[in-house]
Design a protein around this ligand. Structure first.
Ligand code: PGA
Length: 247
């Protein structure tokens, strides 16, 4: 199974659903549709209406983050996995670099994963090194640390997807070389296999994915799909990524 996940970040109002209607139309007619899933993570404000609208359609809705507690609490502006699940989301991102840079620690992320899984949300766990870490050849140790400090053998690996997003690549147009990315993805899968003592969960790539560079990414067999930011806000750009992937 391949995954095309669109992360809208701080984008979208109710009528932006038109973008998703177009993607859903393409998806429902695509001859390759059995080979992949499309998941979109709009902001919290739109999850309920979008999830209702796409309930019996092909697109799944997820959230971009969640609070590290189970149900209800007294944390102002916090939204728990329980609340997200109850309005129809099926997935949640956890550990996006935007949220890590705003203070998410490994301990917080572990609770986010734990309570998301407990509430039957599938988790897309994001990891990635920054520019300095890459320059200092620390990529593998950073990734290993991010994975082993949060993921646990007792978590159900079938409900976890890992998204590798080098921070220097997010929204910059810069992407890793094919060789580099192949090595890194294989390494991530090795670490995951040793954590779960089972076949690795799916590993996605994210960072400046578009319809022209997806041709290179598709040659890397180990990559199970993509987390797409900027290009997911346009139905054409998002559909072109899928088309070019299967071309
Ligand atoms: P980008 O974002 O595709 O705009 O680089 C990816 C992400 O942050 O998930």
């Amino acid at each position: 199974m391949r995954y095309f996940i669109g992360n809208w970040k701080m984008f979208g109002i109710p009528k932006s659903i038109n973008i998703l209607n177009k993607i859903n139309y393409f998806y429902s007619k695509d001859k390759n549709r059995q080979k992949y899933r499309v998941i979109i993570t709009p902001p919290y404000t739109l999850i309920e209406t979008y999830a209702k609208h796409f309930k019996n359609k092909r697109i799944s809705i997820g959230s971009q983050n969640c609070y590290q507690k189970d149900q209800f609490s007294s944390n102002t502006a916090a939204v728990s996995p329980f609340m997200i699940k109850k309005v129809g989301a099926k997935y949640t991102l956890v550990g996006h670099s935007d949220n890590r840079s705003e203070g998410d620690t490994n301990e917080m992320l572990k609770n986010k994963v734990l309570f998301s899984l407990k509430n039957n949300l599938k988790v897309v766990f994001c990891i990635g090194e920054n520019q300095t870490q890459k320059k200092n050849k620390k990529t593998f140790s950073v990734l290993k640390n991010q994975l082993t400090k949060v993921l646990d053998k007792k978590f159900n690996k079938n409900n976890i997807i890992v998204a590798y997003e080098p921070i220097w690549s997010i929204g910059t147009g810069k992407i890793p070389t094919k060789k580099e990315l192949e090595k890194t993805t294989i390494y991530i899968k090795q670490v995951l296999t040793s954590i779960f003592r089972k076949k690795s969960p799916a590993v996605l790539y994210g960072g400046s994915v578009d319809s022209s560079n997806v041709e290179m990414f598709k040659e890397i067999r180990e990559i199970d799909g993509f987390l797409i930011g900027g290009a997911s806000k346009s139905s054409k750009k998002f559909i072109d990524i899928i088309k070019n992937y299967y071309r």
